[in-house]
Design a protein around this ligand. Structure first.
Ligand code: HEC
Length: 179
C-alpha cells in the first residue's frame, strides 16, 4: 500500500516536472490553420455541460493547470457529430477541440485569462506520430506540436490513453460511461 502511494507520488512529481518542461519543449512548424480559426470558439458546441474540476478521467495529473482548475471544452462544427456520437470515428480533418482552463472558480466566474490548449485534426498521414493531430498551446497558436517534436510527443503520450476515441478524452461516450 505504502509502496503504491509512493509510486503515485513519484508519478505525480514526474508529471509536475513535465508540466514545467512543456514550456521549453521543442515545437513543430505550423500545419493547421492559424488562430483566427478559433477566435469565435465561444459560439461552438460546448462539450462539458458544466465546468469540470478535479480529475474525472483519472489521467490528468498536474497538467492542464491541475485538478484545482476549472475547465470547459468546445468542439467546432466539423467535429461535433463525432463528439456527440452521431458520426463515426475518426474525427474529420479540420476538427478543432479546444479546452479553456481557469486557475480557480473565481477566475472562471470572471472569465479571467483562461489558458487555451487545442487539438487540430490534420489530413490523414500528415503527422502519423501524433495520430494526425496537431497539439497547440496558447490562444495565439504560436506553440505547435506534431511529428516527432518534443511538444507533440508530450501531449500525445498522455492522450494515448484515449486512443480508442481518436485521442479525445471527454465526449458524449465519456458521459454515457460515467452517468
Ligand atoms: C498527463 C496527461 C495529459 C497531457 C500531458 C496532456 N493532456 Fe490534454 N487532456 C488530458 C485529460 C485527462 C483531458 C480530459 C479533460 C480534463 O480532465 O480536463 C484532456 C483534455 C484535452 C483537450 C480537450 C479534448 C479532450 O481530449 O478531452 C484538449 C484540446 C487537450 N487536452 C490538449 C492538450 C495539449 C495541447 C497538450 C500538450 C500541450 C495536452 N493536452 C497534454 C490529459 C493530458
Amino acid at each position: 500500500m505504502i509502496a503504491k502511494q509512493n509510486m503515485k507520488l513519484k508519478s505525480l512529481a514526474v508529471l509536475a516536472l513535465a508540466g514545467l518542461l512543456s514550456a521549453c519543449m521543442s515545437t513543430a512548424p505550423q500545419l493547421g490553420p492559424d488562430a483566427s480559426a478559433w477566435s469565435d470558439y465561444l459560439s461552438w458546441y460546448k462539450v462539458t455541460p458544466e465546468p469540470e474540476t478535479g480529475d474525472p478521467t483519472g489521467f490528468l495529473g498536474s497538467v492542464h493547470d491541475g485538478s484545482n482548475a476549472f475547465r470547459q471544452i468546445y468542439v467546432n462544427s466539423l467535429g461535433q457529430g463525432v463528439n456527440q456520437g452521431t458520426q463515426n470515428l475518426p474525427y474529420p480533418e479540420g476538427t478543432i477541440l479546444l479546452k479553456e482552463s481557469f486557475n480557480n472558480e473565481a477566475a472562471l466566474q470572471a472569465r479571467r485569462s483562461p489558458d487555451l490548449t487545442l487539438m487540430i485534426k490534420l489530413a490523414s498521414g500528415q503527422s502519423p506520430e501524433t495520430g494526425d493531430w496537431e497539439y497547440v498551446m496558447g490562444a495565439d497558436g504560436n506553440r505547435r506540436g506534431s511529428g516527432d517534436s518534443g511538444l507533440g510527443a508530450f501531449c500525445r503520450d498522455c492522450h494515448l490513453f484515449a486512443a480508442a476515441h481518436d485521442y479525445n478524452f471527454i465526449n458524449s461516450a465519456f458521459y454515457e460511461r460515467n452517468q
